[in-house]
Design a protein around this ligand. Structure first.
Ligand SMILES: CC(C)(COP(=O)(O)OP(=O)(O)OC[C@H]1O[C@@H](n2cnc3c(N)ncnc32)[C@H](O)[C@@H]1OP(=O)(O)O)[C@@H](O)C(=O)NCCC(=O)NCCS
Length: 182
C-alpha cells in the first residue's frame, strides 16, 4: 500500500472533477447504461462542497494523484452534488438520526485494492467520534458489494429519478455502529 488518506481541501476540486467521471464510466458500466451514467454525472455523481467545508470528505493520494475519494455527512442529503435540485444541508441530530455515507469514487486502475474500505473505516471512526450511533446511505449497484462487505443492510431498492426522464436503480442501506470500535 503506497497511497495516503487525508481530508479533502478546496484545492482538490479540479482533480476530483476528473476522477469522478473516470470512476463512474468504468466501474458502473456493468450496471448502468451510458445514457444513465451521463445523466447522473453532475446532479447525482459530483462534488458536494459542503462536505469539504465540513471536514468530512477524504481523498486518497498516490504520488500526487488523487485515486479515490469518499466521505460522510452530518447533514440531511443522502446523495447528490452541489448541482442537485433537492439538496438539503440541514443538520442531523446524532441522538436520533443516522449519519450519511457519501460519494465514494475510486480510480478504475485502483479498484479492488482496499481504497474504498480504507475510506469507509475512516468515515465510520469519524461518525462515532461525532456521537452518531448509525450510518445510512444510498448505494449504486457498483457500490452495494463494498457496503455489504461492511455489514450494511439493504432497507429499500428504488429508482433515483434523473433529469432527462431516465432513472437509476439505487439501494438504501443502513448499519448500526454500536458494536464498531472507534
Ligand atoms: C464502490 C467502490 C468505491 C469500491 O471501491 P474499491 O476500492 O474497489 O473497494 P475495496 O477494494 O475496498 O473493496 C472491498 C470489498 O468490497 C467488495 N467489492 C468491492 N467492489 C466489488 C465488485 N466490483 N464486485 C464484488 N465485490 C466488490 C468486495 O468484498 C471487496 O473485498 P475483496 O476485494 O477482498 O473481495 C468503487 O467500485 C467505485 O468507485 N465504483 C464507482 C463509483 C460508485 O458507484 N461509487 C459508489 C457510490 S455509492
Amino acid at each position: 500500500m503506497n497511497w495516503t488518506l487525508r481530508l479533502a481541501t478546496e484545492s482538490d476540486i479540479p482533480a476530483l472533477e476528473e476522477l469522478i467521471p473516470l470512476s463512474v464510466r468504468a466501474l458502473q458500466a456493468p450496471h448502468y447504461s451510458p445514457a444513465q451514467m451521463e445523466a447522473a454525472l453532475g446532479p447525482v455523481f459530483g462534488i458536494d462542497r459542503q462536505l469539504i467545508a465540513d471536514g468530512t470528505y477524504f481523498v486518497v493520494e498516490q504520488q500526487g494523484q488523487l485515486i479515490g475519494c469518499g466521505g460522510w455527512s452530518k447533514r440531511k442529503s443522502l446523495f447528490g452534488s452541489d448541482a442537485s435540485h433537492d439538496h438539503d444541508d440541514s443538520q442531523l441530530d446524532p441522538k436520533h438520526d443516522s449519519a450519511r455515507i457519501r460519494a465514494f469514487f475510486v480510480h478504475p486502475l485502483w479498484a479492488r485494492r482496499g481504497i474504498g474500505s480504507t475510506i469507509l473505516v475512516a468515515c465510520e471512526t469519524a461518525i462515532l467520534s461525532a456521537s452518531f450511533q448509525s450510518a445510512e446511505l444510498v448505494a449504486t449497484l457498483a457500490g452495494e458489494p463494498l457496503y455489504a462487505s461492511f455489514n450494511y443492510i439493504v432497507v429499500e431498492r428504488y429508482e433515483i429519478q434523473l433529469p432527462n426522464g431516465l432513472s437509476l436503480p439505487g439501494v438504501r442501506m443502513t448499519k448500526s455502529l454500536k458494536d464498531v470500535k472507534s
